[in-house]
Design a protein around this ligand. Structure first.
Ligand code: PEP
Length: 253
């Protein structure tokens, strides 16, 4: 049984004070118990946020990490450092990191391994660009990203995969639920080929790309989509709570 995972990626937004205000606003709302709720604030806010949500069911993730444990890697943050403050999840290979920071599939593979070694749950982001989709290369692109990311990875069932078509991120253009479902089903079939059908049946697959309270129910109605990774709409507690509570009639949102 796959438990839905609704995650918010705050990206490079919010001071510590703004982060605390946002998480308090979210924490004090009635949130569905049928899903796991995750927020991924910037590094500078992680410690303060973890203290704020101690008695709540909200989980906390980082947006990135390096794969080494420690050492002369100026500016980087290790999986052990994240783990030591209570971080549970980490986003790996977001398209913005692939695009602006030249993250390769090889680097992403190392980060995936390191996250699992340290007991962090990685959210591996994959997805094609608009050009790749227009050329009919979307499945080939996503398959290559997955095969390379999972090279020599054990405990694959612990990985969350976020299918995020690059053309749908922050653009307001949402993939149709058919497109998102088709790719999620395809991703599950790749995992079944690399591992086996049990791993494929258990792995959580999210969709990401301009998710809002208006389109969440349609997206979550698809059989192979187990959750969403939300960027812009996760910066507003009321809107994010509505996304979390899709399909329910909750007060306070
Ligand atoms: C994201 O950052 O992963 C994302 C999907 O962003 P947005 O929801 O703003 O498109």
């Amino acid at each position: 049984m796959r438990r839905p995972l609704i995650a918010g990626n705050w990206k490079m937004n919010n001071s510590v004070e703004e982060s605390i205000n946002l998480v308090r606003d979210l924490r004090d709302r009635e949130l569905s118990e049928k899903v796991d709720v995750l927020i991924c604030p910037p590094f500078t806010s992680l410690y303060a946020i973890i203290n704020e949500i101690k008695n709540s069911s909200i989980k906390v993730g980082a947006q990135n990490m390096y794969y080494e444990d420690k050492g002369a890697f100026t500016g980087e943050v290790s999986p052990a450092m994240l783990k030591s403050i209570g971080v549970e999840y980490v986003i790996i290979g977001h398209s913005e990191r692939r695009q602006y920071f030249n993250e390769t599939d090889q680097l992403i593979n190392k980060k995936l391994k390191a996250a699992l070694t340290h007991g962090l749950i990685p959210i591996l982001c994959v997805g094609e660009t608009l050009e790749q989709r227009e050329e009919g290369m979307e499945k080939e692109t996503v398959k290559a990203q997955i095969v390379k990311a999972f090279k020599n990875i054990e405990k694959a069932e612990k990985v969350v995969i976020a299918y995020e078509p690059v053309w749908a991120i922050g653009t307001g253009k949402v993939a149709t639920s058919e497109q998102a479902e088709e790719m999620s089903e395809f991703i599950r079939s790749i995992i079944a080929t690399i591992y086996n059908s049990e791993v494929a049946d258990n792995i959580i697959i999210q969709y990401g790309g301009s998710v809002k309270s208006l389109n969440i129910s349609e997206i979550m109605s698809q059989p192979n989509i187990d959750g969403v990774l939300v960027g812009g709409a996760s910066l507003n507690a009321e809107e994010f709570a509505k996304i979390v509570n899709f399909g329910e009639d909750k007060k306070g949102c």
